[in-house]
Design a protein around this ligand. Structure first.
Ligand SMILES: Cc1cc2nc3c(=O)[nH]c(=O)nc-3n(C[C@H](O)[C@H](O)[C@H](O)COP(=O)(O)OP(=O)(O)OC[C@H]3O[C@@H](n4cnc5c(N)ncnc54)[C@H](O)[C@@H]3O)c2cc1C
Length: 470
């Protein structure tokens, strides 16, 4: 007999989802957390970053109309207040009310059913590892000898620095770069790749980069940070681009080059659970090498987002409970980079789709085609929907660069997830003037494409063409 049906290690997005799902099935659960409940999303990820972005947006608008001093300590205080509000929904009292047992402590495997937590042993039929990830610190000369920030320390700052160098032009680095620049920080981003946001559609990234640079963010792409040092309280990053050496001096340095899975100190080797730098190895049912032990969220990947942690968490609990298991399906993953404009991504990029499909039809529209986007001075709106033409306009990828693109992508996500063709949107009535109206326009384009590619209509058109020639 075990102490619990489930023990869950880690109370971030993944662990909390698992615990509440277990309670939904009326099973017993113990949640173990070595820090405060909520994990990265609440304390050093989604929540504080989006709170900061929203405040920076307001200030950016206000700055257009008047000159004023920005008190960045007040901004940071407000960001932390938002975090506290979210914590009120997931603190130990809330867990207790939901009948979830909660222990603050570090968990380590003794065997595949038993964990050591604060020098006590707890056993469970199933164990779910949801230990998340930590910022990856690259092996750059001198980095270990200087003070630098990561997402784990950034949101604890009393006030913002005057200038900041960000290592890494991924979503985390770029979202913060825009927000901080708007709050008066002189920001330089160093990125090794040819462009920032390397996983995104290049055309949209180009447009977004232009916006960021116009706002004042310095983007150094194809640039490698080779050495870091500190002089007179300033951080100096030595860079190299095409053999040319240079340096960037700033008050602070933020490292945002990637993530590493939290696999240390869990005693995984002792129970034969396989893992690498990329994370814990799981099969399609999210089971580790020990089948009663599951792993989910950032500790597993491959998509390190809160919504993917939720998706995996629910699936792992169901797979532990039911004899018929469901495999993970990553064919409908979507995400959003919360810059302004937002950049949302569903499925394949155009380049990836071209490798996979022979017959593609790509539908695009810009702000010129949409009244709502014309109503706001300088509004940017770009959409690209990539369809498999051999399967009557079935969506394989979509990309939106626009205000609230993260919300707008939902229409395409629904089509894509439920395997519906784009032309299904041609008869949906959207309120005017909205950004969402774009889907009706694209739906109509797709409908015309469908009609014109009908073999019978094609034949009649060809006959007509022949008649006109004669
Ligand atoms: C700046 C930033 C912005 C982000 N913005 C977004 C966004 O807008 N949207 C989005 O979807 N994602 C975003 N993410 C990613 C998102 O935060 C993560 O994907 C998500 O938090 C992962 O959840 P998790 O539960 O797997 O891990 P975590 O939230 O990291 O939780 C793991 C928990 O396990 C605990 N733990 C670890 N080891 C042990 C142990 N041995 N014993 C007990 N407890 C342990 C940790 O203390 C931690 O609380 C962002 C990330 C960052 C850094």
């Amino acid at each position: 007999m075990y102490d619990y049906d489930f023990i869950i290690i880690g109370s971030g997005s993944a662990g909390l989802t698992c615990a509440f799902t277990v309670k939904g099935f009326n099973k017993t659960v113990l949640l173990v957390e070595k820090n405060k409940s909520g994990g990265e999303c609440t304390w050093s990820g989604c929540i504080p970053s989006k709170a900061l972005i929203n405040l920076a947006k307001e200030i950016n608008i206000a700055k257009k109309y008047s000159d004023f001093h920005i008190d960045t300590s007040e901004i940071m205080e407000k960001v932390r207040k938002v975090r506290e509000k979210i914590y009120q929904r997931e603190n130990p009292d809330v867990l207790k009310d939901a009948d979830i047992d909660y222990i603050r402590g570090s968990a380590k495997f003794i065997d595949k059913h038993t964990l050591n937590i604060n020098d006590n042993e707890y056993s469970s039929k199933n164990i779910i590892i949801a230990t998340g990830s930590s910022p990856l610190v690259p092996p750059i000369e001198g980095l270990d000898e200087v003070a630098y920030l990561t997402n784990e320390t950034f949101f604890e700052l009393e006030k913002l620095p005057q200038s900041l160098t960000i290592l890494g032009g991924g979503a985390i680095g770029i979202e913060l770069a825009q927000a901080l620049n708007r709050l008066g920080v002189k920001v330089t981003v160093i990125e090794m790749m040819a462009s920032i946001l390397a996983k995104e559609d290049p055309e949209f990234v180009e447009e977004l980069s232009k916006t960021l640079e116009e706002e004042g963010v310095r983007l150094l792409t194809k640039t490698k940070a080779v050495r870091v040092e500190e002089k007179d309280g300033m951080s100096i990053v030595h860079t190299e681009k095409y053999g040319v050496f240079s340096n960037i001096v700033s008050e602070s340095l933020l490292v945002a080059v990637g993530r590493k899975a939290n696999t240390e100190d869990l005693g995984l080797d002792s129970v034969g659970i396989i893992y690498s730098n990329k994370g814990i190895e799981v099969n399609k049912y999210l089971q580790t090498a020990q089948h009663n032990v599951f792993a989910v969220g950032d500790a597993v990947g491959p998509y390190q987002f809160s919504h993917m942690a939720n998706y995996q968490g629910i699936l792992a609990v169901q797979n532990a409970l039911f004899p018929i298991k469901r495999g993970v399906d990553y064919s409908n993953v979507a995400w959003c980079t919360f810059t302004e404009p937002e950049l949302a991504h569903a499925g394949l990029t155009e380049e990836e789709a071209k490798e996979k499909y022979e017959h593609l039809k790509i539908y695009t529209l810009t702000e010129k085609d949409l009244d709502r986007a014309t109503l706001k001075y300088g509004d940017i709106f770009r959409i690209k929907v990539i369809c498999d033409d051999s399967k009557e306009n079935h969506v394989v990828g979509a990309h939106i660069l626009a205000e609230r693109a993260g919300d707008l992508i939902s229409d395409v996500q629904i089509l894509k997830t439920h395997n519906m063709p784009l032309h299904n949107l041609s008869n949906v009535i959207y309120p005017y003037p909205t950004y969402a109206e774009v889907f009706n326009k694209l739906g109509k384009k797709a409908y015309v494409n469908k009609v014109l590619s009908n073999p019978f209509i094609n034949m009649i058109n060809n006959i007509k063409k022949k008649d006109t020639k004669e």
